[in-house]
Design a protein around this ligand. Structure first.
Ligand SMILES: Cc1ncc(COP(=O)(O)O)c(C=O)c1O
Length: 394
């Protein structure tokens, strides 16, 4: 497949080498058009009005919802549309009922979004146990099993680390959780945009991800949950659009995922995400992953050959993907990121990447520089990045 043909859909790439897709991916023109079409042609609220514009908007919104569910091989009524991964994870942490003495397992590789919602539960008497990754980012499943005790209720684990790019053994962890009868939440913020994800295979109970990391507009996220939790989880937000009946004495919630979607949603955003999902599906997630693997190898090979560069995580591309963190000896990561911008128009992330516990675990006081790829990254982008890094390291 000729990936260079997609670059015309990302006009920003004319000016910069964009290597910050793990934070936010660029949205292609068809996605922008889908959002603009809504504002131009049927700019009305959804699920509420009987007038023509509201009917059109509601139908398109429903179609987008269905497409997004299908993208992860879910049924339509198993996903709830949220603002981002952070909101999705918080909905689960705050929506389950906890007892004093319950325990949750999280890992030291988590983004703060999959760490703080669980740590916050400590004030309700819930203890958080932490699984540490090895230096190369891999998890030891025997250690995971050893951490599971009689009061453990849930494991929260990232599918792909947003710092080290390491792919976690999710299916194996899912089997362990099923055997031990504990809930399993997977943070798919970095995996859903990069590799084929099938919720029927993962073995988890909850999957959370963000639309703006998978070519969609900002402020779009997804929470997938097994159907049985639709009536177990308490909603985070209460208001319009999620009730069956309201009286002065009380209220009755609607059944199904809509009880979690109180208030007017990000309509334009999800119409855009529906189009983003079409875009990715037309290319195929196997092809997206294969392309990213080729570019990751090129980037890792290049970085390995530059004096003074230290790469974090494994360099084995069978176990990782294109989120690459590194430092240049003696240089602050923020300075390096600024120099890459100024000297080569290269956009990378720097600092702790919202993963302070991992940075502390790795002994990286100032954090690291992170270059992350997407399907629109070219060989030329990677080479220009490498040449600029070489210049900065001299
Ligand atoms: C692995 C992972 N989890 C969670 C998040 C949080 O995503 P959001 O800011 O869209 O809520 C990120 C964002 O970078 C991430 O990489």
């Amino acid at each position: 497949m000729d990936f260079s043909s997609f670059r015309k859909d990302f006009p920003l790439l004319r000016n910069v080498v964009y290597l910050d897709s793990a934070a936010l991916s660029l949205a292609p023109t068809p996605v922008l058009e889908a959002t603009m079409e809504y504002y131009r042609e049927y700019n009305a609220n959804v699920k509420r009005g009987v007038h023509r514009l509201s009917q059109i908007a509601s139908q398109k919104y429903k179609n987008a919802h269905r497409k997004i569910a299908r993208f992860i091989n879910a049924e339509e009524d198993e996903i709830t549309l949220t603002k981002n991964t952070t909101e999705s994870i918080n909905m689960v942490a705050a929506g389950l009922s906890w007892k004093d003495g319950d325990r949750v397992i999280s890992t030291l590789s988590e983004h703060h979004s999959n760490f703080l919602p669980w740590k916050r539960l400590e004030r309700f008497g819930v203890a958080v146990d932490l699984l540490a990754p090895r230096q190369d980012g891999a998890f030891d499943l025997a250690q995971l099993e050893a951490l599971i005790g009689t009061r453990t209720r849930l494991l929260a684990m990232t599918h792909i680390s947003s710092v080290l790019g390491t792919v976690s053994p999710i299916e194996e962890a899912g089997r362990i959780c099923a055997e031990k009868n504990i809930l399993f939440l997977v943070d798919g913020a970095q995996s859903v945009p990069r590799v084929p994800v099938d919720v029927r295979k993962l073995g988890c109970d909850f999957l959370c991800f963000s639309g703006h990391k998978m070519l969609g507009p900002t402020g779009t996220g997804v929470l997938w949950m097994r159907k049985k939790f639709l009536s177990v989880l308490q909603p985070l937000l209460f208001g319009g659009g999620m009730i069956r009946d309201v009286a002065v004495e009380g209220f009755e919630l609607i059944e199904g995922y809509e009880r979690f979607e109180g208030g007017t949603p990000n309509i334009a955003g999800f119409l855009g995400l529906g189009r983003a999902v079409d875009y990715l599906t037309e290319i195929g997630m196997d092809a997206v992953q294969a392309r990213e693997t080729v570019l990751t190898e090129r980037m890792l090979d290049g970085l390995t050959g530059i004096d003074g560069v230290e790469i974090y995580g494994t360099t084995d591309v069978r176990r990782r993907i294109g989120v690459v963190s590194f430092n240049i000896s003696g240089k602050n990561p923020h300075d390096v990121a600024l120099m890459l911008d100024q000297a080569g128009d290269v956009m990378v992330r720097s600092g702790h990447h919202c993963c302070m516990p991992l940075m502390k675990h790795l002994g990286l006081v100032d954090g690291a520089v992170r270059a992350s790829l997407a399907l629109y990254t070219s060989e030329e982008d990677v080479d220009r990045f490498l040449k600029t890094v070489e210049g900065v390291a001299k």
